[in-house]
Write a protein that binds this ligand. Structure first.
Ligand code: SF4
Length: 483
């Protein structure tokens, strides 16, 4: 039986679809990340809400025919004409042309095979332009796109693909050889890459910074049977970042430009404010002024350093109410960030973007945020500009890669919440009690106990605190190099 999901997986990667069916232990070897879980939960939430557009609709109907199986999101049927309208709900702001049409075309095909007379095939997605004001306006929040003609046009192609996919996944013998991603950079590899390519080194040519964007170069190396970094022939044309990465790897020592680091750090004005935000991108706008997927800043951490030699002091903010945190968040920031001193962040586009949105939502704060904007210093710049390069950064300037090298004693993996996606998911759970697979009340809601809530709050605070302490510790490590 070929399900719609397996058909979509097959279209992305044949080998993976086969593994999913025949070797689920390999395919599902890694647990879903909090980010992936959140995507599933968001999809369910949006699907449930969209049903309100069709009170007489049928939901989650299963159809099977000729070895194919589809479960529809929403189906409406006319009792007089007997015709059906098919609706697929997507929790995105736009149609994803690579998957959504094929997803719907597969369902259309199965329903036709099952004898349904289909009048229309439609995609329902969120309207990114919608701004909430008062009660949710579902007619404004959702866009219904009638794509019947397109879906009909695709039928011949999709029908042929479905047959190929069914034959492929029902083949008992495992497809042999390396998988196609051998010609793509590490960031494109899925979790089963190591299984299909056991001889590829863990740190090799696939890990060169942005090598996936240089397809010709990667192909040339692979076709010459070169996988290890120390096998790359001298004279191979590499970008500056790749050259530096390779040099630090081969020489096994970092490249440090003290002069450039000093020049950057000397622009800082004390006290230093190390600042980091945590946010939640709600698909369904939760408060007035928010559009689908606008970020809700719900937490910040701030370490303040008065002089290079002093110890930093810490303050933080975490909103645990179920209404809009913006006003309280801004008031707290205004209280804790004084009028003088550099505001240090990592990857400033993110914090600056949120500040601009907060300044609109809390108009009194416009002057404050304009001032903060002028005082922002992006610590990531030291690593982006290649003033400090280490082989273990693998060409990245992410704080998660830099911290273990510069301050090995600080670790995220010892925390219960170790990355931003998990923090967002926990906050959402804390403030909304969304439907959960581990439902305990029989209604699909996992009501948190007081202890569970306290534990989430504690873990969120510890995680965000480490983010800003890590920035301080990295600054200190850099400062000690130049003083
Ligand atoms: S690494 Fe790429 S080609 Fe290999 S199984 Fe995963 S998605 Fe498919």
């Amino acid at each position: 039986m070929l399900s719609k999901t397996n058909y979509i997986v097959w279209r992305e990667c044949h080998k993976n679809a086969w593994l999913k069916v025949h070797k689920p232990d390999v395919y599902y070897a890694n647990e879903l990340s909090a980010f992936e879980q959140q995507i599933i939960e968001t999809g369910n939430e949006v699907d449930l809400l969209a049903r309100n557009l069709f009170p007489d609709g049928e939901y989650q109907k299963k159809f099977e025919k000729d070895g194919f199986m589809a479960i529809t999101d929403i189906l409406t049927r006319s009792t007089s004409s007997g015709q059906a309208n098919l609706y697929e709900v997507k929790a995105t702001n736009d149609i994803d042309k690579k998957t959504h049409f094929h997803d719907l075309a597969f369902q259309y095909n199965v329903l036709k095979r099952a004898g349904l007379n289909i009048a229309s095939a439609n995609l329902i997605h969120l309207n990114g332009e919608y701004v909430r004001k008062g009660e949710l306006d579902l007619k404004q929040l959702f866009v219904i796109e009638d794509v019947t003609e397109k879906i009909k046009e695709m039928q011949e192609e999709v029908s042929a693909e479905m047959k190929l996919a069914l034959d492929y996944i029902t083949e008992e013998k495992e497809p042999v050889g390396p998988c196609d991603c051998i010609y793509r950079g590490r960031s494109s590899h899925c979790t089963t890459f190591a299984y299909s390519n056991p001889n590829i080194p863990k740190y090799g040519i696939h890990d060169l910074a942005r090598i996936g964007a240089s397809k010709a170069k990667l192909t040339e190396l692979i076709d010459s049977n070169i996988f290890e970094l120390d096998q790359i022939p001298t004279g191979t044309k590499l970008s500056e970042i790749q050259e530096n990465q390779l040099r630090t790897y081969l020489q096994d020592r970092p490249i440090i430009s003290r002069e450039n680091i000093a020049e950057e750090l000397e622009t800082l004005v004390f006290p230093l404010y190390f600042l980091d935000y945590e946010t939640f991108p709600a698909a369904i706008p939760r408060f007035d002024g928010f559009s689908p997927y606008n970020q809700i800043p719900f937490q910040y951490s701030l370490h303040v350093l008065d002089t290079p030699e002093s110890e930093p002091t810490h303050v933080d903010f975490l909103y645990t109410g179920s209404d809009d945190p913006s006003q309280t968040f801004v008031e707290s920031l205004q209280k804790n960030i004084g009028p003088v001193g550099s505001v240090i962040v990592w990857h400033k586009d993110f914090e600056c973007g949120r500040n601009k949105e907060l300044a609109i939502r809390v108009p009194d704060s416009q002057g404050f945020f304009e001032d903060v904007e002028k005082r922002i210093f992006d610590l990531e710049i030291i690593f982006k500009k290649q003033h400090y390069v280490h082989k273990d950064f693998k060409g990245s300037s992410s704080i998660k890669k830099v911290l273990p090298v510069l301050v090995p004693s600080l670790k995220y993996d010892e925390l219960e919440i170790g990355e931003g996606g998990t923090a967002a998911e926990r906050w959402n759970r804390l403030t909304t009690n969304p439907p959960s697979p581990e439902a305990t009340d029989g209604q699909g809601n996992s009501q948190l106990t007081t202890e569970e809530k306290e534990s989430i709050i504690k873990n969120l605070r510890e995680y965000c605190k480490l983010d800003t302490y890590a920035m301080y510790a990295i600054w200190k490590a850099l400062y000690s190099l130049i003083s």
